[in-house]
Design a protein around this ligand. Structure first.
Ligand code: ADP
Ligand code: MG
Length: 435
């Protein structure tokens, strides 16, 4: 779609044309009309898809020269803040406005001067907060807040700073949140600060023809056995096993090792450099199996994955899409296999409600049962916590586990005798087609 068709001010269209930008990208086409209506927006698309322009253009249209600070853009790094300012200046070349770019590591004074005469501020959360605390920043007339690369700001630990800035903002401000991924933390921002936001996602994370999605309904006590069976029988190359909690990641990796299956565990407790070195080994082919928590794997570049296994599901439906999107990339086929026990069904239902996915149920194969030691990998001797109640993630307490019922008659049965427990969703309900 041409920018003219998006009802953009001629001064901006002119500047864009001069930059050789005439056709809107998908995220721009989808977000600009919503932003222009004043609606809060969550915009998700890949790096390089033109998110700066998507929020920048409507923001520039709205800003009135000489009326004080009206728009605030928060970005995770100094480099990005500088880049956004430069882009805005280019798009707004034929408009009158000033931008203050504020970030840490340099003196405050020049920024203070800039802030007094700018209509737009672009900054990193820490320094912005600094100015707010020193009262050199007044957000009382700011009508638009942009959180760019919100996911990165969360990863970098800026969420509290961001929240303080948002709390200082007027009630009726518009919030635009952009990023490449969405997490539970971002969901919190949405719930606390945004007003009935619309979510637009530009690129499909899931390419249906190349990505085959399957699920098994399996008793939680046999989940690990099924996983081992699948790892041994699936014709796979490199694979990732996702677990919703860090403790599960460790337990699964440790138990796989006992079954002679080597893997590396990645979770939030590892340093970024350790994570990167594991991913490096993976991409180089030194290891072919990673057990990861969803948060830890985010933003890491992982190549050539043939299989994604979801050992369990987190509450955030969007994570499923990101996880399965780790495979079937760059024109290659991939398989995503989700293991659902009772406690995952609700989360899975939410995923299917939100996304139109084609996920096929597979009948349980015959598989050998293997032991699962649910004690924490790093707990030192003494009290044997095996089969204990210590962790909400230890779903494998055998018959001595917690007293919850998982589908009565289905009980311990496996193989082909998949009972017709009413608590298990029907295959047809679970399967939605994208049309
Ligand atoms: P993102 O924030 O999604 O990673 P950017 O906003 O940084 O992407 O844009 C990436 C590049 O694409 C920039 O150089 C930008 O000028 C350019 N660009 C943005 N929109 C368009 C468009 N509609 N047509 C051509 N180039 C574009
Ligand atoms: Mg960007």
């Amino acid at each position: 779609m041409k920018f003219e068709e998006l009802n953009i001010r001629p001064e901006i269209v002119k500047a864009l044309t001069e930059l050789g930008i005439t056709d809107a990208t998908q995220i721009q086409e989808k977000s600009i009309p919503i932003i222009k209506e004043g609606i809060d927006l969550i915009g998700i698309s890949k790096t390089g898809s033109g998110k700066t322009l998507a929020f920048g253009v409507p923001l520039l249209e709205k800003v009135i020269p000489g009326k004080g600070l009206q728009a605030v853009v928060l970005a995770p790094t100094r480099e990005l803040a500088v880049q956004i300012s430069a882009e805005l200046a280019k798009f707004g070349k034929h408009l009158k406005f000033r931008i203050a770019t504020v970030y840490g590591g340099v003196s405050l004074e020049p920024q203070v001067q800039d802030l007094t005469r700018s209509e737009i501020m672009v900054g990193t959360p820490g320094r912005v907060l600094d100015h707010l605390n020193r009262r050199t920043l007044d957000v009382s007339r700011v009508h638009t807040f942009v959180l760019d690369e919100a996911d990165k700001m969360v990863d970098m630990g800026f969420i509290e700073d961001v929240e303080i800035v948002l709390k200082a903002a007027p009630r009726d401000r518009q919030i635009l949140l952009f990023g490449a991924t969405i997490s539970t933390e971002i969901d919190k921002l949405r719930q606390r600060y945004m007003h009935e936001p619309q979510t637009v996602e530009a690129e499909q994370y899931v390419t249906e023809d190349l990505l085959k999605q399957y699920y098994y309904s399996v008793d939680y006590r046999q989940k690990f056995s099924l996983l081992v069976h699948l790892l041994k029988t699936e014709h796979r190359g490199r694979a990732i096993i996702f677990c919703s909690a860090r403790s599960t990641v460790d337990m699964v990796a440790k138990n796989l090792h006992k079954q002679g299956i080597d893997s590396e565990a990645i979770h939030g407790k590892l340093s970024q450099s350790k994570r990167l070195s594991i991913i490096g080994d993976f991409n180089k082919g030194k290891i072919d199996l990673i057990v990861a928590s969803s948060v830890a794997a985010r933003g890491l570049h992982i190549d050539d994955v043939t299989h994604v296994f979801n050992y369990d599901l987190s509450q955030d439906p969007q994570e499923y899409v990101h996880k399965v999107g780790r495979t079937a990339r760059a024109g290659k086929e991939g398989k995503a296999i989700t293991l659902l026990s009772e406690r995952d069904h609700q989360a899975f239902g939410e995923i299917l409600k939100r996304y139109r996915l084609n996920v096929e149920e597979l009948p349980l194969p015959e598989f050998a049962r293997v032991p699962f030691d649910a004690s924490r990998p790093h707990s030192s001797g003494g009290f044997n916590r095996r089969f204990g109640h210590h962790s909400r993630d230890s779903h494998h307490g055998g018959s001595q586990g917690r007293g919850r019922s998982y589908g009565g008659s289905r009980g311990d049965s496996y193989g082909d005798s998949r009972g017709s427990s009413s608590s298990r969703p029907r295959s047809r309900e679970m399967t939605r087609r994208r049309d």
